[in-house]
Write a protein that binds this ligand. Sequence first.
Ligand code: HEC
Length: 323
Amino acid sequence: MREPMPTQAKQGLDYDGTAGVQEVHAAIQREKREPRAGLEPLSLWLIGLYALAVFFGGFYIGRYSGSFAGDSLDPGGAPAVVRKSAAGASMEGQVAELSPALRGKKVFLANCATCHQPSGTGVAGQYPPLAGSEYVLGGTRRLGMIVLKGLQGPLTVKGAHYGSAVMQPWEKTLTDAKVADVLTYVRSDWGNNAPPVAAEGIAALRKELAGRGASFTEADLQSVPADANLAGGENGAAQPGAARVVEVTIRNMKFNPPSVEVRVGDTVEWKNDDITPHTATSATFDSGSIDPDGSWRRTFTEGGDIPYSCTFHPEMKGVVSVK
Ligand code: HEC
């Protein structure tokens, strides 16, 4: 008799045939349940809770991130940093920037209007007016003192008496820039028309008064000359009697304005907004080449009409009249 052919499964295996192996596995699978811990679906409650947490987190970041701005943690709101582009002057006009008086108006409405009223009229017998006030329209030194340190005691403004209420110091609440802006504003609205106040002047006064704790009184103010002004750029420039800087813009091959009138001691600044170099040249002065985006200044110390032109483009003409 011949031996039966060995099945493939038999080679190298101890099992007695393939059918056996499959049967064993099938049996095991039937009898032993797959472990299922950890695979059950998430509870709806938990999904809801997570959704709520994500929604709240998003809302919180949106509401309190301050747009991730660098100055968002500054309690007073830092003055906006104006980045000058490489293009310089020509770009500046395109960035919508609030004027000092408009910035000051915001500060005023937020801090001062409750007492002095949005119309600047104050409240009779309680809060003195800012419209037409001799303190507001006079020298800026007294004004700076009042706002930085506060004011108390009897006070006469526009012939009416006040003093039942005090004004708190603002030095801790408002930055130099905000004090300057708000003063610039109150000096320019409601029919008031006085020159602006510069932040540098307020900063200097703040330093000077740093040691003083008490608020000022009317007597303190009276001891300061009514026309004493704070130092500082804008104020100095716009003050009557003080030297000014008058600007002449060079654009489209023209001096603009072509003729300027200045007083002895004033300075004229030529700014080149063209794409080619120019000069401002007369018998008595010569700027030399003013490059595009460049500028040149001259202070005039003698009276007289001085015609000038550009040496590169002789058809460009202008006049400085010094009175
Ligand atoms: C809580 C009310 C109150 C607020 C807010 C207030 N003031 Fe006054 N202010 C007064 C009172 C009261 C006086 C007069 C104090 C006195 O009689 O000694 C005064 C006086 C003044 C004066 C001098 C008198 C005058 O009328 O010219 C100026 C200037 C002034 N305040 C400006 C400001 C500015 C600017 C702000 C905002 C930064 C401000 N005040 C916020 C109550 C207030």
